[in-house]
Design a protein around this ligand. Structure first.
Ligand SMILES: *Cc1c(COP(=O)(O)O)cnc(C)c1O
Length: 419
């Protein structure tokens, strides 16, 4: 097979033309600012699509998540002293297998992430492990949950657990816009939720995010915090710390144009996923799980290799090595082979409890808490699902501009790793 002359990417923006019209409108009306018609429209559409009352347009999903944890902290524990975070020294239960941006904001506010193991059947936070964590720490009042790759777990059940324990739920739906659980939109389950318009997401503004909530007071507060926390006075009056987190009206123009194509993008992502599933159906692999009563947005197609077909692979903090064995492979081999053909795959998110920065933080599996975590994933019979999936899994090229021929070639490359 030949090397791709044009690189096959993991996921890149797909533009349609209307985006440029709305950007031009911002330019021609001179609303080259963080106010304007595009932002108003994005907030209206975002709230409507996600089935929430309010959306606040922000510079990124990370900014949105920061303001959600700040709002949650203040509601739970009151407004902190000026130099303190709203979650100062409070434990917060967080998804383990996700992008660091899901939970870094907990740390911005002085909180202590406690990581909750992943459920094998959904690749999302394990509700059984979450129950276990509430047994260990009944005082915890906040859960931060992320949907993985646009394939939701049963966040409705997670929400029930939170309600039972009087905890607030923050939903990081950055990867899951347009996906549904029991007929409800991802982003609608959290007391506060966040979505992303980053360049590789299902729709994009090049950057940007929204905070979503049904709480008018929180929406107003987030909007105020995002514009340097100015008080209502003729001069710059400040009662609390603020941020410069507002969405640009030019970026909002791109997002406004993209929203019309959300359903089409999901449809095309679904076709990619199904072609992969068909192409791999006789291989010892599993694609992202689709949980009963959920409809994914299929953002990234990913797969894991069955245990018996994994060749030996070791990873340290920056390198990976493997030993080739006949009939067996591993993510490292597949990713290197894809790269040699000029195609981009990616390892799954490295679990947060294995990140150097969070190594000393607690990690709760369905069997209990685990502190000494290095290489602990089968130690003492406590099974670490996050690490197991990380070791065996990878994201496949999922760019919706990839042609059927290109995807078939990718499938052949992956298949050849099992020779
Ligand atoms: C992309 C992503 C984010 C961050 O989004 P930005 O808009 O880039 O800040 C947060 N959480 C998850 C799960 C993501 O995939």
């Amino acid at each position: 097979m030949e090397r791709f002359s044009k690189k096959i990417w993991l996921a890149t923006p797909t533009m349609h033309g209307e985006e440029l019209e709305y950007m031009k409108e911002a330019y021609e009306t001179n609303w080259m600012s963080t106010v304007g018609a595009n932002i108003n429209e994005v907030e209206r559409i975002a709230a409507q699509k996600a089935e929430k009352k309010y959306a606040v347009g922000l510079s990124s999903c990370t900014a949105a998540l920061h303001l959600t944890v700040k709002a949650a902290g203040e509601r739970l524990y009151g407004r902190p002293a000026i130099s303190h975070g709203a979650l100062e020294n409070r434990r917060v239960f967080c998804s383990d297998m996700t992008f660091a941006a899901t939970l870094n904001p907990v740390v911005y506010e002085g909180g202590i992430p406690v990581f909750i193991d992943t459920e094998e059947d959904s690749w999302n936070m394990d509700p059984v492990a979450l129950e276990k964590a509430f047994e260990l720490y009944p005082d915890v009042k906040l859960v931060v949950y992320a949907e993985l790759y646009g394939f939701p777990g049963r966040i409705d059940k997670i929400k029930e657990i939170c309600e039972k324990h009087g905890a607030l739920l923050i939903e990081d739906a950055a990867e899951a816009m347009g996906a549904t659980v029991v007929g409800r939109q991802c982003g609608s389950f959290g007391d506060y939720s966040a979505i992303s318009y980053n360049g590789n997401k299902i729709i994009t503004g090049s950057a940007g995010g929204c905070l979503l909530t049904d709480d008018k007071e929180v929406a107003n507060k987030a909007s105020k915090w995002s514009t340097q926390a100015r008080e209502n006075a003729p001069w710059y009056q400040h009662e609390e710390v603020g941020y410069n987190y507002r969405m640009s009206n030019v970026v909002a123009g791109v997002i406004r144009g993209q929203y019309k194509y959300l359903e089409e993008h999901i449809e095309r992502k679904k076709m990619l996923y199904e072609r992969y599933r068909e192409g791999f159906k006789d291989l010892p692999v599993k694609m992202n799980p689709i949980v009963d009563e959920t409809e994914p947005n299929y953002w990234l197609s990913a797969m894991i290799i069955d245990k018996d077909y994994m060749c030996r692979q070791v990873r340290d903090d920056s390198n990976a090595l493997y030993v080739k064995e006949k009939g067996k492979t591993c993510p490292t081999e597949i990713l290197e082979k894809l790269a040699s053909y000029n195609a981009e795959g990616r390892p799954l998110w490295k679990p947060m409890h294995m990140q150097p920065m969070y190594r000393m933080h607690e990690f709760v599996t369905k069997s209990g808490s685990l502190r000494a975590k290095t290489n602990a994933y089968i130690k003492g019979g406590i099974f670490d699902v996050s690490m197991d999936i990380f070791e065996r899994g990878l994201c496949l090229p999922s760019d919706i501009k990839m042609t059927a021929d290109e995807q078939n070639a990718i499938i052949e490359i992956v298949r050849s790793c099992f020779d």
